[in-house]
Every structure is written in structure tokens, then in C-alpha cells.
Ligand binder design. Structure first.
Ligand code: GUN
Length: 291
């Protein structure tokens, strides 16, 4: 392996330390405790793990954690009523509704019911518009984590060619906006992109966020490029025993690490950064609410 490993676990721990210090100061100097409410509708196993981790880490940095676990059959009206209560609750500074929500609930309606200043996911249409126009907003946690790692690895990103593979509202689109703000030349690629291999080979910064295991091979990576792998995919791992699985990214790590200048591993890359940025966004929301 030639590439420098970008260690998301270490980086996330340093963010959590800074958040904890900020929380302690807010308590000591202003009597404020930032509070994060996380809402989970249904029993999706992956979502349950994420929500548990979010609650645990929220408490670890000294913030208040409010967990609302609702049955899968919960009506849209009941969910909207809970959001209205959380919007009005001064002890709640951040609200996150874990996605996906069950099919009978309109996801966009739910996201846009959250008060924009408490929307720590940065998914509300107001925050999307503010980010797109370069104004102060809540920034989505996963792309924010990617940006922090890129800045830490590269310093200035100005003038670099950035290719974002994936056009989701959660990662691909906001990532592209953030890279544009850093003065990168940004291309967003997707399933219909022609000559994806050639495009990826032009990237100084390659962000993979498609959710397809190891779809980007090492020979699509420009020598010396910085590779950020957002994918978290579970695949069979018969070498570990029958029925066993392992996590891989959207990039073939072994192949890409031979060519890249720096690369994030999966697991232990982008993943830990997402929750760390969520905690940081909650502190930001608390500070703005009490400005
Ligand atoms: N589901 C997968 N990723 C996310 C995220 O970043 N925020 C929320 N609310 N749900 C998710």
C-alpha cells in the first residue's frame, strides 16, 4: 500500500473532544446544555444501531439525548405532531428523524416540518437552499465529515478537480456544493454517466457515494489522488466462515491504495465522522439559538 491512510476514528475522536470541551464551557459559562432529539420510526436493524450509537455519543460529550422510538405503524400525523412538540421545546436544539421512514410516511414532508434552525441533518429545503447559495446553514453531517478530512489531508482544495460519484440528497449533492465552495472544479457522476472510468481518472479528489460494493477499481484512480469512500456495504465473507459477512466501501480499497495519495478505509473512515459532525452541528444549533 502506497497511500496515506486517513483515519476517521482518530479524527472523529478529536472532534468529539472539542465538542465535549465546548459543551462544558456552555454549561459553566451560560448554564446551557445542548440537546439532541433522535426519532426512529420502525425497527430497521441498521437504523437501530445508528440511533443507539448517536444516543450514546451524545451523552458521552455531555449533551442531553432525547430518543423517540415509534412503532412502524405510526401515522404521518402523529410523527408531525411529535416534530411540532420538539420544535417548540427549548431544551431540544437539534432534531434528527432517522431515514428511511416507512413507505406510508412522506419523507420530504417530515424533513420540512423540522424547524430549519434545529435541522442538524441539514436536509430541510431552507438549509439546502442556503448551502447552495453559499449562506450560513446547517451542513449535512456526512459530506461535512468528508470535507474536514479533505482539508486536513490537502490543505487548500482550490482549483482541484473533484469527482463525486453518486447524486443523493444526503451525500452526493451537498458534497458537490461544499467542494464548489472550496473552489474545486466539481463533476457529479451517476449511473448514466458516460466513461465513468475516464472521468474518475481525471479526479484529484474522488468521493464515492453510490452504495455499490467495490464498484470503483484501483485503475480508475489517478496516481496521487485523495479518495474518500462513503460506501458502507455488507458482503458475504466465506473466508471468515459460513454465513459470515464483512463491510466494504464503494472503492476496491486494496487496488486503490496502491495508486492513491491518501484514502479512507471502510470501516473506520467516513463512518465515525458522521456522528461526530452531528454532535458538532447540535452545539452550533444551541449556540445560534442563544446568540
Ligand atoms: N439514514 C442514513 N444516513 C442518515 C443521515 O445522515 N441522517 C438521517 N436522518 N438518516 C440517515
Amino acid at each position: 500500500m502506497n497511500a496515506t491512510l486517513i483515519d476517521g476514528k482518530v479524527f472523529a475522536a478529536s472532534i468529539r473532544e472539542k465538542v465535549a470541551a465546548h459543551v462544558a464551557r456552555l454549561q459553566a459559562e451560560h448554564g446551557l446544555t445542548p440537546g439532541l432529539a433522535v426519532v426512529l420510526v420502525g425497527e430497521d436493524p441498521a437504523s437501530q444501531v445508528y440511533v443507539r450509537n448517536k444516543g450514546q455519543q451524545t451523552k458521552e460529550v455531555g449533551m442531553a439525548s432525547f430518543e423517540h422510538r415509534l412503532a412502524a405503524e405510526t401515522s404521518e400525523a402523529d410523527l408531525l405532531a411529535l416534530i411540532a412538540r420538539l420544535n417548540a421545546d427549548p431544551s431540544v436544539h437539534g432534531i434528527l428523524v432517522q431515514l428511511p421512514v416507512p413507505d406510508h410516511i412522506d419523507e420530504a414532508k417530515v424533513i420540512n416540518a423540522i424547524a430549519p434552525e434545529k435541522d442538524v441533518d441539514g436536509f430541510h429545503i431552507s438549509n439546502v437552499g442556503l448551502l447552495a447559495t453559499g449562506q450560513k446553514s446547517m451542513v449535512p453531517c456526512t459530506p461535512l465529515g468528508c470535507l474536514l478530512m479533505l482539508r486536513d489531508t490537502l490543505g487548500s482544495l482550490s482549483g482541484l478537480n473533484a469527482v463525486v460519484v453518486g447524486r443523493s440528497n444526503i451525500v452526493g449533492k451537498p458534497m458537490a456544493q461544499l467542494l464548489l465552495k472550496e473552489s474545486c472544479t466539481v463533476t457529479v457522476a451517476h449511473s448514466r454517466t458516460r466513461d465513468l472510468a475516464g472521468l474518475c481518472r481525471s479526479a484529484d479528489i474522488l468521493v464515492a457515494a453510490v452504495g455499490r460494493p467495490q464498484m470503483i477499481p484501483g485503475d480508475w484512480v489517478k496516481p496521487g489522488a485523495t479518495v474518500i469512500d462513503v460506501g458502507i456495504n455488507r458482503i458475504p465473507a466465506p473466508e471468515k466462515g459460513e454465513g459470515k459477512t464483512r463491510l466494504v466501501g464503494d472503492v476496491d480499497f486494496a487496488g486503490a491504495a496502491e495508486v492513491a495519495g491518501a484514502i479512507t478505509p471502510v470501516p473506520g473512515g467516513v463512518g465515525p465522522m458522521t456522528i461526530a459532525c452531528l454532535l458538532a452541528n447540535t452545539v452550533t444549533a444551541c449556540c445560534r439559538a442563544n446568540d
